[in-house]
Design a protein around this ligand. Structure first.
Ligand SMILES: [Zn+2]
Ligand SMILES: [Zn+2]
Length: 636
């Protein structure tokens, strides 16, 4: 059966089920959804059972959208909405998504805006025919989130066409013949960087992560030119586990070379990866490096993105269903679980995982309804890779900060914008609130502020404790007054020349450029000051040299070489990693439910992948392997 046949059949069943008094003007695929367009959206809303009944009968997720002929023009609709919702709900923003017929209303008090038993929502539905969604106003405004929304709204017609095309493609039906499931390593196996895997079945070709190795030059891209990958038009879907560039850095390149299908990831991953990809382009341009794609291709990614929340299962090809689960690593990071065939096989890709409750996230999920095979990261999988706990790391940080501030020094903490900086912020806020360290300003320089704002836009992706505090000023540690945003050169110079003590969190995390270098150059020669490393410093990076204790450091600025005498204190605090250490990886496997038949290791130096693979095989008697790049393994 073709997609057209399937659609015709669905239309017939819908028309036979929906009472004639309720209009159904059209039925269309939109990605995995079946969308019913109607001139009577409020009548549908009143009949919840009808939608449930249709979903059950069709075995599809059903969405009802207002027919475009009945929805009120945006300006008029906004006026009416403002009249309907009581003033004390405090509307801060209203935005329309014409591609899905939805209007999102951001308010300070959602309970008031919804009204008793959804009274005001029903009224909006009746009067303007848009489907209303009430969101609580995020406490910080993120420019990225705002820009992406604006862009999607501008592109709504095109986006509708994209979703329609995706829907038709994935409803093309399953072929007969021999069934198989196989995975090819395209990058990030027995190494860290350029993560990329190809999952193939008789009906699907799916790419999982398309990363770039930011430290590499020649071999920084995955093996996308293999015959089984090309032409890119034959790929059905691309799934991204999280926003770090070693997983998402080259997604835009796919659109440069002919891919025009969907990207599946969580909503925060979409926003965060856009931020990181745009920054990657900026940094590459500043360093006169080869730029693999342009902003135009980043926008293609946004247009083709189908965001999926944790726990929502969705069809992505005729024979594969995808579900994301929390990976505990960074905002929106996920383990991608694939259900293949009708119960034929289940396989999951971990992305990067943290199997410990951190200051930001709940631990990675390791319980699944079904699972036969899993791909697991091995970054700290070596036999000696043990890290202190979060509490030990906090104690260590407290001691060294106290020591430096007592002597009126200044402290620089180089951080990555995403993940680690927010954890360090929470710890610093707590230490200052408990008066365990003196209260001094904490300056945030680089992309940290924007990345933090994206965190506050998605409280449901934070751990239980933070989620509860998210909207309460005075409770949410990320909103504390101790944090001061640095924007621009002038403010930075003021801070650099200010004699008072302070803390600076600045990018880049490995001191390869970025604002952190300005503070470092100015403060390195004073022995009262301190630099604290909380993140991984790659071999060959500037940060690694400082960390190792080099005392005479050559710096190039504006084409001039300058030798710096490094007198400041140099400290390293381990234990803030977003990766599981050896013990946590072993526990993750030990506590898995169900335990899969096969485990496959990647995302780690060769020795670590091999060591973890053989240790788990010996200890738990499981079938394990460390795949190589370019190697394919068959599961069914
Ligand atoms: Zn990562
Ligand atoms: Zn990674």
């Amino acid at each position: 059966m073709t997609a057209e046949d399937v659609l015709r059949e669905i239309k017939g069943k819908v028309r036979a089920t929906v009472p004639p008094s309720i209009d159904v003007s059209d039925v269309e695929f939109e990605g995995a959804l079946v969308v019913l367009y109607t001139k009577h959206p409020h009548k549908f809303a009143e009949k919840e059972d009808l939608i449930k009944q249709l979903a059950k009968m069709l075995q599809k997720r059903i969405v009802v959208r207002p027919d475009s002929s009945v929805i009120t023009q945006e300006e008029t609709a906004e006026k009416k909405i403002r009249q309907i919702i009581p003033e004390e709900a405090e509307i801060t923003n209203i935005y329309f998504q014409p591609d899905v017929g939805e209007v999102t209303i951001e308010v300070m008090k959602p309970g008031v805006a919804i009204g008793k038993q959804g009274k005001y929502l029903n009224e909006i539905r009746k009067k303007v025919n848009w489907s209303p969604k009430i969101n609580r106003t995020p406490p910080m405004q993120s420019k990225t989130v705002h820009d992406i929304r604006g862009f999607l709204r501008m592109m709504s017609d095109e986006r509708k066409e994209i979703l329609k095309k995706v829907g038709r493609r994935l409803h093309r039906g399953v072929s007969s013949g021999e069934k198989y499931v196989r995975v090819t390593g395209l990058g990030g196996y027995r190494q860290v960087g350029r993560s990329c895997s190809l999952l193939t079945t008789q009906d699907s070709k799916i790419l999982i992560d398309v990363g770039v190795d930011v430290s590499g030059d020649d071999s920084s891209t995955p093996y996308l030119h293999l015959p089984e990958v090309l032409p890119l038009e034959t790929i059905d879907a691309v799934v991204i586990t999280h926003a770090h560039l070693d997983h998402s850095g080259l997604v835009p390149v796919l659109y440069k070379y002919g891919y025009d299908g969907p990207i599946y990831c969580t909503p925060p991953t979409r926003d965060m990866m856009t931020l990181l990809q745009m920054d990657y382009l900026k940094v590459a341009a500043a360093e006169a490096k080869k730029i693999p794609y342009s902003g135009e291709h980043v926008r293609e990614v946004i247009k083709h993105c189908i965001p999926i929340n944790y726990g929502d299962t969705t069809d992505i090809t005729p024979d594969v269903r995808l579900t994301f689960h929390n990976a505990g690593h960074i905002l929106g990071s996920s383990i991608a679980h694939f259900h293949i065939g009708e119960g034929l096989y289940n396989i999951a890709f971990s992305g990067d995982i943290k199997y410990e409750k951190t200051w930001l996230f709940n631990p990675a999920v390791n319980h699944f309804p079904r699972l036969e095979a899993m791909f697991l990261e091995s970054t700290y999988g070596g036999k000696d890779d043990f890290q202190p706990s979060r509490q030990e790391a906090t104690d260590h940080l407290r001691e060294i900060i106290k020591r430096c501030l007592k002597n009126k020094g200044k402290i620089i903490i180089p951080v990555f914008a995403v993940g680690r900086s927010q954890e360090v912020m929470i710890v610093l806020e707590q230490l200052m609130a408990d008066k365990e360290i003196p209260q001094v300003p904490v300056y945030l320089d680089g992309m940290i502020w924007e990345a933090t704002a994206i965190h506050t836009a998605y409280p449901e992706y934070l751990n239980n404790k933070l989620r509860a505090q998210a909207f309460q000023k005075g409770k949410n540690p990320l909103l504390s007054d101790i944090f001061v945003r640095v924007d621009g050169h002038e403010t930075r110079q003021k801070i650099i020349n200010d004699p008072e003590s302070c803390l600076v969190l600045a990018t880049s995390g490995m001191m390869v450029g970025g604002p952190v270098m300005e503070y470092f150059k100015a403060w390195a020669e004073d022995e009262k000051n301190m630099i604290v490393f909380v993140g991984y410093q790659a071999e060959g990076s500037f940060g690694r040299r400082v960390q190792k204790g080099w005392r005479d450091i050559l710096i190039t600025s504006g084409g001039n070489n300058q030798t710096l005498k490094l007198n400041m204190m140099v400290e390293t605090v381990d234990g803030f990693s977003g990766h599981s250490d050896r013990r946590q990886l072993m526990n993750f496997v030990n506590n898995m439910s169900p335990r899969p038949d096969r485990l496959c290791f990647g995302h780690g130096e060769e020795v670590k992948c091999l060591d973890l693979s053989s240790s788990i095989h010996k200890k738990y008697n499981m079938n394990t392997m460390a795949l190589k790049n370019l190697e394919t393994t068959r599961f069914v």
